[in-house]
Design a protein around this ligand. Structure first.
Ligand SMILES: [Zn+2]
Length: 492
């Protein structure tokens, strides 16, 4: 057993040592080869190419020659202007010459192709009649992954001019299978490629260098719907677009949507029954005004959004505060909208405001919360409400921190929309400790739709058309909220 382990370690060391990426750079620089002039045109003697490391040639007969150029097979014929590179056909403006037992290739036509294939970089120095060459040891060095919601793109960067048809690939779809690409002239730089950061649904990347081609393989992690292999004509990048199984993906999105869709809206008309809420100078009762706005809002939601609407009360009955959030939570509500009308001793004060459950910052906000919470004294079966001291409110706020951002966005959208309806004060988004919001396990807001203590606002709130406008404004804010949060969730 120890022996096997020893040999295994030994083998690993050998592999690391001979792995080209670790020991040699990607380019062998500045090799010069003499130019031969035939009818004034520059030619290269094929025998001279053997000066380059890992380049050899073999005369098939006196008519043809095969060059092995770092594993790439090049075939030329005497008098021919066509030649093959790994079975791909290329054309030169001049033809191959055979003189004094030697083959000569026209420099411009031949080296243009080798450069396009990223085999070599060369430069003709006419003053000395030499060609200076940089031999490109690896022509595939850079691979990157881009994660997509429905799969990923693999980009094999700048691998030289190539014919897409010359690249073969395996057909795979199932987890565990290997998608293998064989690039005929490919010389892979293992040191950079294997360290590439991969993306789903690819599990592993593996390369194998064959004498005449390079093979890159990607192992699938999950079922794939289709694989598209393309060439970017501008950059000479090879693109592999992998789309994961569509039905699987659609299922997942449906699951997320089901969980997060704003499909159930809870509307909480304040007060009711023996609790009239605040009463205006003309005797208008808060409970009636807010019930009507709530029912109008619910009707618009059902008609235009197609969402379920849950009312904590839909007629003139008394519902304790604790029961309102219980109804909301048990119905699977996705947002809780509590609707109220305001009141204060100063009859000049008017305007609309939206509250979030948080420790109150200003006295008037605390006053509103105290008034709205005072209904508890009318509740018969005493529920043990937690005293909303500063500390307890902090705790209640923390319990809601997962959807605090949503509540904030919704509250400011409501204020923005209501400002279009009212020509009175936009009193802004405020925060205070409302018992009715404490237990809600969903984004929640409490809207004060105007002051019944102000005679002008009492008059307005008594108008059916005005209440309809308020309902429409809240609905518009809900649409904004729905768009923002559903899209954010789907994008993730
Ligand atoms: Zn109220």
């Amino acid at each position: 057993m120890t022996n096997i382990l020893f040999y295994l370690k030994f083998l690993i060391c050998i592999i690391i040592l001979i792995s080209p990426g670790f020991t040699e750079s990607a380019i062998i620089k500045d090799i010069s080869i003499p130019v031969h002039r035939i009818n004034e045109f520059p030619f290269i003697k094929i025998a001279d190419l053997e000066k380059l490391p890992n380049v050899s040639y073999k005369l098939q007969d006196f008519e043809s020659v095969e060059i092995n150029f770092l594993g790439t097979k090049i075939n030329l014929n005497n008098g021919g202007s066509f030649f093959r590179v790994n079975d791909e056909l290329y054309h030169m403006p001049l033809w191959v010459e055979y003189q004094n037992n030697n083959f000569f290739v026209p420099y411009h036509g031949f080296f243009r192709v080798l450069e396009e294939l990223k085999l070599v970089k060369s430069f003709l120095d006419p003053s000395k009649d030499i060609v200076i060459m940089d031999l490109i040891k690896f022509n595939i060095t850079d691979i990157s992954f881009e994660q997509r919601t429905n799969g990923c793109s693999i980009i094999i960067h700048n691998i030289g001019d190539f014919n897409l048809n010359s690249i073969s690939s395996t057909l795979v779809k199932r987890p565990g299978e290997w998608l293998s690409l064989t690039i005929p002239w490919g010389r892979l730089d293992s040191s950079t490629i294997v360290n590439t950061k991969i993306a789903n649904p690819i599990k592993k990347i593996r390369i194998s260098q064959l004498p005449q081609s390079g093979q890159i393989s990607f192992q699938l992690k999950s079922t794939v719907d289709d694989v598209d292999i393309k060439k970017d004509e501008d950059t000479n990048d090879l693109l592999i677009v992998i789309r994961v199984d569509h039905s699987e993906n659609a299922e997942r999105i449906k699951e997320i949507r089901k969980k997060w869709l704003l499909d159930t809206i809870v509307i909480d008309p304040g007060h009711g029954g023996k609790d009239p809420g605040t009463i205006g100078q003309k005797g208008t009762m808060e409970k009636d005004i807010v019930l009507d706005i709530s029912l109008k809002l619910g009707a618009i939601i059902e008609r235009e959004m197609g969402a379920n609407v849950i009312y904590t009360r839909s007629n003139d009955i008394f519902v304790p505060l604790w029961k309102r959030t219980k109804i909301a939570n048990e119905s699977g509500g996705k947002v809780f909208i509590s609707i109220h009308a305001n009141s204060t001793t100063n009859h000049k004060v008017s305007g609309f405001e939206t509250f979030l459950l948080r420790p109150g910052k200003t006295d008037d906000a605390i006053d509103v919360a105290q008034r709205e919470n005072s209904v508890i004294s009318l509740e018969e079966n005493k529920f043990s409400y937690r005293d909303l001291s500063y500390e307890n409110l902090i705790l209640a706020t923390m319990a809601q921190r997962v959807f605090m951002k949503e509540s904030e966005f919704f509250a400011s959208a409501i204020q923005k929309e209501l400002a279009k309806v009212f020509n009175t004060n936009n009193r802004g988004v405020k925060q205070a400790g409302f018992q009715v919001l404490v237990g809600a396990s969903m984004p929640n807001v409490l809207i004060e739709t105007g002051f019944l203590s102000n005679s002008r606002e009492e008059k307005n709130l008594n108008k059916k058309g005005f209440r309809k406008k308020i309902a429409r404004a809240i609905f518009n804010a809900l649409v904004e909220f729905k768009d923002k949060y559903e899209n954010a969730i789907i994008d993730e």
